[in-house]
Structures are given as structure tokens and as C-alpha cells.
Design a protein around this ligand. Structure first.
Ligand SMILES: NC(=O)C1=CN([C@@H]2O[C@H](COP(=O)(O)OP(=O)(O)OC[C@H]3O[C@@H](n4cnc5c(N)ncnc54)[C@H](O)[C@@H]3O)[C@@H](O)[C@H]2O)C=CC1
Ligand SMILES: NCC(=O)COP(=O)(O)O
Length: 335
């Protein structure tokens, strides 16, 4: 049995001045129609008390969440402060977001929560309070004993899964970080994660080239031939179903997407542009290779619309649902 698999999910509140509280409250309101597993929020109860149509109730321990979930949004109150003002991020709010992330991860690690779903944080706000990680992906990974270099981000929607092999780094650093070792590690993580979280055996993996037209036989850049192809040949020799580097501009249309289960992309925007174009409102960010399940909506804090009641909760709902799918598959696969 996977530790904590039947426990309520922990949702970290994210930046309380963003849309996090609103999309969590809206998800809770749709708990029955969307068949959501019981969850609780780690955060400041003051940020959840005035949500439209949501009754928030403090819990003392996560185990209380399941019993009250049908009538109230359970809040594991971990941060005393006044309610955040929507759209006006503060360092106090960033502290709350970080504290909630730490607590939610800890509860999943200890088995008191079945999974962690993280609401959006503002990276620039977190950096101001000393957060030394590129994002939540690396934070959660290190708190699970996995080095940040081995943290793997995947974005997934109904018709596309993508893994940016490099993530939150400047574009000019990408070619230097795209090593043989990185490609092999990301491809192996992808292959294992497809089976473990989604029940896909022998997944088909596509690889996007770095350069236009995948280098045009070395005429528009040679990383495909010198770095990527040898790594792919090694993986294929080990039995992986993986493509040669593909021209990125023609691998995301509908017929092309039907040929693979997950795409590896050399850099962040190459993966996230098609993902957010197709699935901005139902895409999910999942961290792979962890002993716990961690998902997140694929959008950010949306400070510009926070507090207006217009935030779309579908990506948060999809993140909760995908966490449940991963937990269920891991029960089968890890036993
Ligand atoms: N999972 C996470 O924690 C993520 C955090 N971020 C952070 O969020 C902050 C803001 O990033 P942006 O690039 O502005 O992206 P964003 O996703 O916050 O906003 C982009 C646009 O989409 C809209 N939008 C976002 N979520 C929406 C929703 N649920 N319903 C309706 N409209 C929505 C916003 O109003 C805005 O116009 C940054 O600090 C970034 O680091 C960004 C992506 C993911
Ligand atoms: N672009 C994805 C993103 O910003 C989410 O990153 P993380 O905070 O989940 O690592």
C-alpha cells in the first residue's frame, strides 16, 4: 500500500493575494459534480472566510478533513495574519505561501495527506523572502530527498503531455545545460512516470529538436547530431520507444500528437507554449519521480483578476483529479 494513499489531499494556498483562494473555494463548491476526493487547504483561514458560497472551517489535524468536507472547506490554519487584499501581493503573503507549501509537503511525506496540490505562487515575491529555488518543483523535490537537478516538471492536458528538459533558466543557458546525461535522465523519468502515474506501459516518447527544423542536418545548429542523437540512440538500444529529434514546429498539431504519449522539449517555452495554447484552463503541472504525488494548476497567480470572482477553477480541479489518478495508479503499480 502506498503510504497515505487514502488520506485527504493537502492543497497549499499559494499566494493569498492571487486567485488561489478563489479557485480552491470554487473547486470545493464543485466537489460533488467533479467527484473530487476530500481535501483540505494549508493556509490562513482569514483568506477563505469571505469566499462566495464557501463555508471555511478550521481543522486541528488532517484526519478531520474527510468528515467535514461535505459541508465545509477544511482549513489547516498554519499562518496568522489579516486576510490578504486580492491583487496586492505582500511579503507577508509570500511567507504564508511558503509556509503552506512546507506544511503540505511535510504532511504528504509523513502519510497524513494523500497528495499535494499546490496553488500558484509568485516566484518574484518568494525570491524577495529568500526562496532559493527556481520554483515549487525544485522545492518539493528537495524536500523529498531528490536533488533539484533531478526535479522533473511535466505539464499535462487531455491531448498533450510535455516535459521541458530545462526549466526556469535564461534562454542563453539552454544549449549548455542540454547534455547527454540530462536527456537520458529526463527520458527515463518520463518513461517510468507514464507507467507509474497513468498506467501507460511502453510509452511512446517524442523529442523536440533544439534548433529550427531540428538543425536541418547540422546546417542550422548541431546539438541534434552531437548531443541529442547519441543520447537517443543509447535509450533506444535499451528498449525505449523514442523518436529522433523532431522539428518542434510540426510536432504539436493534432495528428502529430496522436503519435506519442509525452514530448520532451529542450526548453521551457517550447513545451509550455503548445500546452497553454491547447490547455490553459485544464492543464496540470505535475512533478515526476517523487515518493509523493504533487500537482498544480498550470497557470499563475493572476493578480490582475484576483478578487473579482472571474477566476476559472478548471485547472485546479484538473490538478486535484490528476493527483487522484496518479495515486490510484501508484497503488496498483508500486505494490
Ligand atoms: N504553478 C505556479 O505556481 C505558477 C506560478 N506562476 C507565477 O504566477 C505569476 C504570474 O504569472 P503570469 O505570467 O502573469 O501568468 P498567469 O497565469 O498568472 O496569468 C496570465 C493571464 O492568464 C489569466 N489567468 C490566469 N489564471 C486564470 C484563471 N484561473 N482564470 C482566468 N484567467 C486566468 C490572468 O488573468 C492573466 O491575464 C508569476 O510570478 C509566475 O511566477 C506562473 C505559472 C505557474
Ligand atoms: N511555468 C511553470 C511554472 O512556473 C510552475 O513552476 P513550479 O513553481 O511548479 O516549479
Amino acid at each position: 500500500m502506498v503510504q497515505g494513499a487514502d488520506k485527504p489531499f493537502a492543497i497549499s494556498c499559494g499566494d493569498p493575494a492571487g486567485v488561489g483562494p478563489e479557485i480552491i473555494g470554487k473547486s470545493w463548491k464543485q466537489r460533488e459534480t467533479q467527484a473530487l476526493r476530500p481535501f483540505f487547504v494549508a493556509g490562513n483561514i482569514a483568506d477563505f472566510e469571505n469566499l462566495d458560497g464557501v463555508q471555511a472551517q478550521k481543522i486541528e489535524v488532517p484526519a478531520e478533513a474527510a468528515d467535514i468536507f461535505g459541508t465545509a472547506l477544511p482549513v489547516f490554519h498554519i499562518h496568522d495574519a489579516d486576510a490578504a487584499i486580492p491583487g496586492e501581493p505582500t511579503l507577508e503573503g509570500a511567507q504564508c505561501a511558503l509556509h503552506a507549501l512546507e506544511v503540505a509537503c511535510g504532511l504528504a511525506r509523513s502519510g497524513d495527506a494523500g497528495a499535494v496540490v499546490t496553488a500558484p505562487v509568485s516566484k518574484s515575491q518568494l525570491y524577495q523572502i529568500g526562496f532559493r529555488y527556481p520554483g515549487q518543483t525544485e522545492f518539493v523535490s528537495e524536500h523529498c530527498g531528490i536533488s533539484r537537478e533531478n526535479a522533473v516538471m511535466m505539464l499535462a492536458g487531455p491531448s498533450l503531455r510535455v516535459i521541458p528538459m530545462t526549466t526556469h533558466i535564461a534562454f542563453k543557458e539552454v544549449p549548455g545545460q542540454l547534455t547527454h546525461q540530462l536527456i537520458v535522465a529526463r527520458a527515463k523519468a518520463a518513461e517510468k512516470a507514464m507507467t507509474r502515474n497513468f498506467g501507460i506501459d511502453n510509452p511512446r516518447i517524442a523529442v523536440a529538436g533544439l534548433n529550427p527544423h531540428a538543425g536541418e542536418n547540422g546546417n542550422l545548429g548541431d546539438e541534434e547530431r552531437t548531443i541529442m542523437q547519441p543520447a537517443i540512440d543509447e535509450l533506444r538500444a535499451d528498449g525505449m520507444d523514442i523518436t529522433d529529434p523532431l522539428p518542434a514546429d510540426t510536432m504539436f498539431h493534432e495528428q502529430a500528437r496522436a503519435r506519442y504519449d509525452v514530448a520532451l522539449c529542450p526548453y521551457h517555452d517550447q513545451a509550455l507554449v503548445p500546452m497553454k495554447t491547447l490547455h490553459f484552463f485544464d492543464g496540470v503541472n505535475m512533478t515526476l519521480g517523487l515518493p509523493i504525488v504533487r500537482t498544480s494548476p498550470d497557470h499563475g497567480t493572476a493578480f490582475n483578476i484576483a478578487g473579482q470572482g472571474v477566476a476559472d477553477p478548471r485547472s485546479m480541479i484538473a490538478a486535484i483529479q490528476m493527483a487522484a489518478v496518479a495515486v490510484a495508479n501508484r497503488k496498483l503499480h508500486d505494490n
